[in-house]
Design a binder for this molecule. Structure first.
Ligand code: SAH
Length: 475
């Protein structure tokens, strides 16, 4: 972080501005909005500053700059076009440990002014640390449009209730929950948006209401890796979480979107690697929710697709704990979309089957004849270990050994690998693909060559190759 964002309380505190032109005036207007005691050193003042001086909003020192001016101020801003003077002000300020800003000369700034969205007392400050001011401005405009104009009023009303709420709820977690509920209704209930009386009424009602300190379980699909594929609702739930239980399939990129103070517990699951047994995870979910926690159970892809999400919810339901589910983009749709392989296509496949290569040992026998049908795509999860059996079984039941296949490793992530070949080569492809990997079998795989778009500039760098080319490169 190049600059530490801090919000300075300058009310009644002296600040020195050297320069009396329009540029200085813009900074002075901001300082006046923050009620700073502005002292202006300049031989003359522009019209705007003359008005501020006449109305006694600023103090004018009509002299030359002198280092002693710095002694009794908190900050100094120089907006003169005299480079030597600016340099002098910068070094004199540093000697005296005063924060200094030489306007439009970033190397000579120990603090900078961010772009501001002002809904006082709610203020958003953003900065690109001087690297891309236009980008910062663009986002400022987006925030301007996004933040309701009544935000400040609502924050003020809430501020007036802080002490009462503190008395009413001893625990920080209860207070947080109270405020979440209040703000949720303030900004979603049309009647109270921007209506102060109604906002006060809402707050009073909520104070009387019993705080529901019952925990809940929210099953959230994290998608296959790219955080952009998380749903908006998934993100909202992660922001409300007290605890996040996640497994290895959840990318760091997604996990980092959880509320900063939420506890994170890994209940990893990876084929062949020791992991927390399912029963233990179920018990943990129930135990945490019983303590009144809002537990987000974050699962790779979609929680109801080969994710054992159903079993976890059954445990919550049996324990009488409320629950919700937020679906996610499953690996079969996410990874194939990023690999440019449409799962169905009028010319190649009329149906798609999502199947698992890992069956319960006590599970049903595999229906090979229906899996081996033509004009259908197979998307196989957890299929790497059984790749040889899968290709052998399908060929035995009539699927052509030349059927195109793809193995998509780490789909949708920056290091996604797509390896293509034939059904007969499946085992070899799997051996070189990174995990987790999805197997895709069917003619639609041929479209990859034409439709691959993700990392397309990297394609020649070995991320997406037919097996033969890959082996050639390796040798
Ligand atoms: N609930 C998850 C699937 C869990 S089963 C979902 O809906 O996606 C785990 C299997 O999913 C892995 O063995 C792999 O086959 C597949 N998988 C998960 N993430 C993947 C990814 N980013 N790329 C390719 N395959 C993935």
């Amino acid at each position: 972080m190049d600059y530490l964002p801090i919000f300075a309380d300058l009310k009644g505190r002296p600040v020195l501005v050297v320069g009396g032109g329009d540029v200085a005036a813009r900074k002075i207007e901001l300082l006046c909005r923050a009620a700073a005691l502005v002292q202006v050193v300049s031989s003359e003042l522009c019209t705007k500053l003359q008005v501020l001086h006449q109305t006694q909003q600023i103090e004018w020192l009509a002299t030359e700059f002198d280092p002693t001016h710095l002694d009794a101020v908190f900050l100094v801003i120089a907006a003169t076009n005299d480079h030597l003077l600016n340099r002098r002000i910068y070094s004199e300020a540093n000697i005296r440990y005063k924060l200094v800003n030489i306007v439009d000369d970033r190397p000579k700034c120990s603090f900078i002014f961010p772009s501001i969205v002002d809904r006082s007392p709610f203020v958003v400050a953003l900065s690109s640390s001087g690297t891309a001011p236009v980008l910062a401005r663009m986002f400022r405009e987006k925030l301007e449009a996004l933040l309701p104009t009544c935000l400040g009023q609502m924050a003020s009303v809430a501020g007036g209730f802080r002490d009462i709420v503190k008395q009413r709820f001893n625990r920080i977690s209860d207070r947080r929950r109270f405020w979440e509920r209040v703000f949720y209704s303030l900004f979603t209930n049309q009647k109270s948006v921007g209506n102060i009386d109604e906002a006060i009424h809402t707050l009073q009602c909520e104070l009387q209401a019993d705080l529901n300190s019952e925990g809940e379980v929210i099953l959230v699909g994290a998608g296959p890796g790219d955080s952009g594929l998380l749903t908006l609702r998934g993100l909202q739930m992660m922001q409300l979480a007290d605890v996040v239980l996640y497994d290895y399939l959840v990318s760091d990129e997604v996990l980092n979107l959880a509320r900063r103070d939420a506890d994170r517990i890994c209940v990893g699951k990876r084929a062949g690697v020791h992991s927390v047994p399912q029963e233990e995870t179920n018990c943990l979910l129930v135990e945490l929710a019983r303590k009144g926690k809002r537990v987000v159970r974050l699962k790779g892809g979609d929680p109801f697709i080969f994710g054992r999400g159903g079993e976890e919810l059954q445990a919550a339901q049996e324990a009488g704990i409320p629950f919700q589910v937020v679906p996610g983009v499953t690996a079969a749709t996410g990874a194939t979309a990023y690999a440019g392989i449409p799962l169905t296509h009028r010319d190649h496949a009329q149906s798609v089957l999502f199947i698992t290569g890992h069956c319960r040992t006590d599970g049903d026998g595999i229906d090979w004849p229906s899996l081996a049908r033509v004009r259908q795509t197979l998307a196989i999860y957890m299929g790497t270990v059984k790749a040889a059996e899968i290709s052998e079984g399908l060929i035995r039941y009539g699927r052509d050994a030349e059927t195109p296949v793809a193995v998509i490793g780490r789909g949708t992530q920056q290091d996604q690998h797509v390896l293509t070949g034939t059904l007969a080569q499946l085992e070899m492809l799997v051996a070189v693909a990174p995990t987790p990997a999805l197997l895709v079998i069917g003619e639609v795989v041929n479209l990859h060559e034409q439709l691959a778009w993700f990392q397309s500039s990297n394609r020649r760098r070995n991320f997406s190759l037919p097996l033969s080319a890959w082996l050639e490169e390796k040798s």
